[in-house]
Design a protein around this ligand. Structure first.
Ligand code: NAI
Ligand code: MG
Length: 502
């Protein structure tokens, strides 16, 4: 069984970064970033953000609603038209992105600690993700001078060419599960392409996005280019989705809210990209490196306590190995330490909220009621903080709710399959299509199965490895469009064809 949660007060061993994060938090209530100024909400309202490991208040944050969204859109529009941004050379935009990357690196320990305090991820994961965030800024820092148009073949009487231009004012709305990287995945390509933006972090986790806003200011990004407007979905978020002067909206979150955003965006036909839920299949063939596959399978559903859109939550095992692999997965998962994000041995920190914990635990009941066998976990750990044990169900069939619905917690369904065809069929038999993995030493099989899976990402003999050039996004109800890689450059630009009669 996972060990009991220690008193989740961070230990002194967790360093200078934590002290700096706490000092920043204690420096005072947090405000909105609009037009280059840190301001109170027009309503004067604030909301609280807590540490999900201790349930204690971290700080209060100005709460944007539609009036503040209006102000941020006006600031972003002015900045978009201003020569200080519109007239900036691609090289200068690159330098800004590289500068932000350096500032993220210089504040890496502080940002990692701040992320762990606000969303509960183990410090080791937060630290790795701050490094990724800097890398994403550098990757997109290389793009501004390479966003080319085309010259098109015509007869001698015309000149036809296409230019690629920014979208304009972009609304960026994020979830709470990996706040900093998710913010950077949207801000970096939007900046690289010359857009201006307003970003709403999730109400549970505003802090690292606000701190990033300060670093973006320090790097010298002109006022109004990046605005940060924390607030709630139905007020601030809905105002962004419906705003008539926003050109593009990029959203990460639940499929339900994604559909709402798509509908709300029809008012002025915003360009929309959506990164939504998943129920990703992780398929182990008998010829795989089983030791590696089993270790990775546990990590695939426990990482970030399962609060990852591409978590490997359906483990498909060829039936000859089903019992053995299930046994091994249960053994490893039961040994994963659940506890303080600041304890270096911790594998699973808390879930983000009591609401999320209750939701996850209710799926444990659903699994049992539908006839699956609970093999380990299934309960809360301790009574302070939203900690849930790694939970494994065997005897699951793919039609059960625990195999079809996104749980967003450390809950795994292990399912048997007969052969390649059956693995592909069951793997694809879901409304989602975000990610998948296949484990085999047979090269042809690996590529055949990878091609047959209807998901935006497929890993072969690994899980969840990322690269800034690797796009992500959803087939089916996992989303619309792609983020990362060259595809984000397309998502944050539009083309204009120009024909001249000579
Ligand atoms: P959510 O989809 O409600 O929240 C995500 C973001 O959308 C937040 O910034 C929120 O303020 C905003 N939002 C909410 N309602 C909105 C509206 N009407 N208009 C505009 N913006 C709005 O997700 P929630 O409630 O935090 O989590 C519920 C479930 O959603 C999770 O259990 C999980 O299954 C799924 N989820 C999936 C994510 C993914 O990356 N695939 C991320 C977060 C949640
Ligand atoms: Mg929080």
């Amino acid at each position: 069984m996972p060990s009991a949660v220690p008193n989740s007060t961070p230990t002194p061993a967790t360093n200078a970064g934590l002290q700096r994060a706490l000092a920043w938090i204690q420096a005072g209530p947090k405000r909105l970033l609009i037009g280059g100024e840190w301001v109170e909400a027009k309503s004067g309202k604030t909301f609280e953000t807590i540490n999900p490991a201790t349930e204690q208040l971290l700080t209060s944050v100005a709460e944007a609603d539609s009036a503040d969204i209006d102000a941020a859109v006006r600031a972003a529009r002015r900045a978009f038209e201003a020569p200080s941004w519109a007239g900036v050379s691609p090289q200068a935009r690159s330098r800004l992105l590289f500068k932000i990357a350096d500032l993220v690196d210089q504040h890496a320990e502080e940002l990692a600690a701040l992320e762990s305090l606000d969303n509960g991820s183990p410090l080791s994961s937060s630290t790795a993700r701050v490094g990724q965030a800097a890398d994403i800024f550098r990757y997109y820092g290389g793009w501004p001078s390479k966003v080319h148009g085309t010259t098109n073949p015509t007869d001698a009487s015309t000149f036809l060419y296409m230019v690629r231009e920014p979208m304009g004012v972009c609304a960026l709305i994020n979830a709470w599960n990996v706040p900093l990287v998710m913010a950077v995945m949207k801000i970096a390509p939007a900046l690289a392409c010359g857009n201006t933006m307003l970003m709403k972090p999730a109400e549970q986790t505003p802090l690292t996005t606000l701190r990033l806003g300060e670093l973006i200011q320090d790097a010298g990004v002109p006022p109004g280019v990046v605005n940060i407007v924390p607030g709630f979905g139905p007020t601030a978020g809905a105002a962004m989705a419906a705003h008539p002067d926003i050109d593009k909206i990029a959203f990460t979150g639940s499929t339900g809210v994604g559909k709402y955003i798509l509908q709300a965006s029809t008012g002025n036909l915003k360009k929309v990209t959506l990164e939504l839920g998943g129920k990703s299949p992780n398929i182990i063939f008998p010829d795989a490196d089983i030791d590696k596959a089993v270790e990775a399978a546990v990590n695939a559903f426990c990482r970030n306590s399962g609060q990852i859109c591409s978590a490997g939550t359906r483990l498909f095992v060829q039936e000859s190995l089903y019992d053995e692999i299930t046994e091994r997965v249960v053994r490893i998962a039961s040994g994963y330490k659940v506890g303080s994000p600041f304890d270096p041995d911790t594998k699973l920190g808390p879930l983000i909220s009591d609401k999320q914990m209750d939701r996850v635990l209710s799926y444990v009941d659903t699994g049992a009621a539908d006839g699956a066998t609970l093999r380990c976990g299934g309960g809360r750990v301790g009574d302070v903080g939203y900690f849930v044990q790694p939970t494994v169900f065997s005897g699951v069939s793919n039609g059960m709710r625990i195999a079809q619905e996104e749980i967003f917690g450390p809950v795994l369904s292990v399912l048997p399959f007969k052969d390649e065809e059956d693995a592909i069929f069951q793997g694809n038999d879901t409304q989602y299509g975000l990610a998948a993995a296949v484990w085999t030493r047979d090269v042809s099989r690996a590529h055949k199965v990878a091609r047959a899976l209807k998901t935006g990402r497929v890993w072969i003999n690994t899980y969840a490895e990322v690269d800034p050039s690797m796009s992500m996004g959803g087939y089916k109800q996992s989303g619309i469009g792609r983020e990362m890689g060259a595809e984000s450059i397309e998502a944050y630009t539009q083309t204009k064809s120009i024909l001249m009669r000579l």
